[in-house]
Design a protein around this ligand. Structure first.
Ligand SMILES: Nc1ncnc2c1ncn2[C@@H]1O[C@H](COP(=O)(O)OP(=O)(O)OP(=O)(O)O)[C@@H](O)[C@H]1O
Ligand SMILES: [Mg+2]
Length: 302
C-alpha cells in the first residue's frame, strides 16, 4: 500500500526546488557515469509508430545487456501491453488511487523488458493534474536508479500530459512519418517544446520510410524550418522502413525484432540503438534526480 499522498510529494519537491537553479549545472555527480538515460518518444501526429518503436528499441537495448524500463505514458489509451502480448493486473491508475506503488506494478515483457503499464479506457487519466504527474514521477525517480534506460512512450499531440512527460525527460525523440501532415505536426510539437519549455534539442526518427533517402529528406525538411525559425537543434537518429512484418508481429502480439530478427525493420532498430548509444544527452538534471523537474514545477511554484 502506498502511504504517500500527492501533496506530500509536492511539498517535498517544492522544498528541493528551492535549492535548485532552473538550469542544470555542469559539475556531474559521481553516480552520473552509471546514471540511467531518460528518453521520451513522442510525435505530433498520432499513429506514426511510437509505441512500436519504443518497444523494439527497448528490446534491442535489452539484447545488448541493458536493463530497460518502459513507461507507458499514453495515459488512458495505453496499448503497449497489447503490443507485447502481456496482461498486467495493475497499472498507473492503481498507483494514483494509492492502492499500489510504482515498483509494485512493474511487469516483465519479452526479452527481459520491464514495463510500467498505463490504463486503457480511463478518461480521467488523460487529464492528470500536475500533482498526479508529480506523484507518479517522484515515485518513479528512485526506482529507475536500478535501470540503464527509461523509455517513455507518450501519447501524440501537444496536450500538457504529453508535453510534461517530454519536458522532464533528458532526451526527446520525435517520431515522424513521411506524410506532409506528420511533418507539419512534428514541427508544431517542436515549436511548443522550444518556445514554451525552452527545449534546445530533439532527436528525430523517421518511421515508415520507403527508402533511406526518403528518411534523409524528411529530416532535411524539418532541419530547414527548425534552423530558420526555432532556437532548437535537431539531430537525426535514422529511419525505420515500412515493413509488413511489423503488422504481422502486431497481429501475433509479438515484437517484430523478436519474431523476425532479420527483417529490414528489426535490423533498423539495432542500428538506431547503436546511434542512440553514440549520441549521449547534451545535458543532465542537477542533483539527485533523473528528471528535469523544473519544467513541471515552474508553473506551480514560480
Ligand atoms: N515500420 C512500420 N512498418 C509497417 N507498419 C508500421 C510500422 N510502424 C508502425 N506500423 C503500423 O502503424 C500502426 C501504428 O503504430 P503505433 O501504435 O506504434 O503508433 P503510435 O504512434 O504509438 O500511435 P498512437 O499515436 O495512437 O499512440 C501499427 O499498428 C502498425 O500496424
Ligand atoms: Mg502509441
Amino acid at each position: 500500500m502506498n502511504s504517500k499522498s500527492p501533496s506530500d510529494n509536492v511539498i517535498r519537491l517544492s522544498d528541493r526546488m528551492k535549492h535548485k537553479s532552473s538550469k542544470p549545472v555542469s559539475t556531474p555527480r559521481s553516480r552520473r557515469a552509471a546514471a540511467p538515460r531518460v528518453i521520451a518518444v513522442t510525435s505530433g501526429k498520432g499513429g506514426v509508430g511510437k509505441t512500436n518503436i519504443v518497444a523494439n528499441l527497448g528490446f534491442a537495448f535489452c539484447r545488448l545487456g541493458k536493463k530497460v524500463l518502459i513507461l507507458d505514458a499514453d495515459l488512458g489509451l495505453g496499448n503497449l501491453d497489447v503490443l507485447l502480448g502481456i496482461a498486467p493486473k495493475y497499472n498507473l491508475s492503481h498507483v494514483l488511487m494509492g492502492e499500489k506503488s510504482v515498483s509494485e506494478i512493474i511487469v516483465q515483457g519479452p526479452g527481459n523488458l520491464l514495463i510500467l503499464p498505463a490504463a486503457s479506457g480511463i478518461q480521467e487519466l488523460t487529464q492528470l493534474t500536475k500533482q498526479q504527474k508529480i506523484q507518479i514521477l517522484s515515485e518513479l525517480d528512485p526506482v529507475i536508479d536500478s535501470v540503464d534506460l527509461l523509455l517513455i512512450d507518450t501519447a501524440a499531440g501537444i496536450s500538457s500530459n504529453v508535453m510534461d512527460f517530454n519536458a522532464i525527460a533528458q532526451e526527446i525523440i520525435v517520431v515522424v512519418s513521411p506524410e506532409p501532415t506528420a511533418i507539419t505536426d512534428a514541427y508544431a510539437l517542436m515549436k511548443v517544446l522550444a518556445i514554451k519549455y525552452a527545449e534546445k534539442s530533439c532527436k528525430i526518427i523517421v518511421n515508415l520510410a520507403h527508402t533511406r533517402q526518403q528518411g534523409n529528406e524528411v529530416f532535411r525538411q524539418l532541419n530547414l524550418v527548425t534552423e530558420r525559425f526555432l532556437d532548437m537543434r535537431i539531430e537525426y537518429v535514422g529511419s525505420v522502413p515500412f515493413d509488413a512484418n511489423v503488422t504481422q508481429g502486431i497481429k501475433q502480439q509479438k515484437l517484430v525484432s523478436d519474431l523476425f530478427p532479420d527483417t529490414p525493420a528489426s535490423k533498423s532498430f539495432r542500428g538506431l540503438v547503436r546511434k542512440i548509444i553514440a549520441q549521449p544527452p547534451s545535458q543532465l538534471p542537477d542533483g539527485d534526480s533523473h528528471f528535469f523537474w523544473h519544467h513541471l514545477m515552474e508553473n506551480n511554484f514560480s
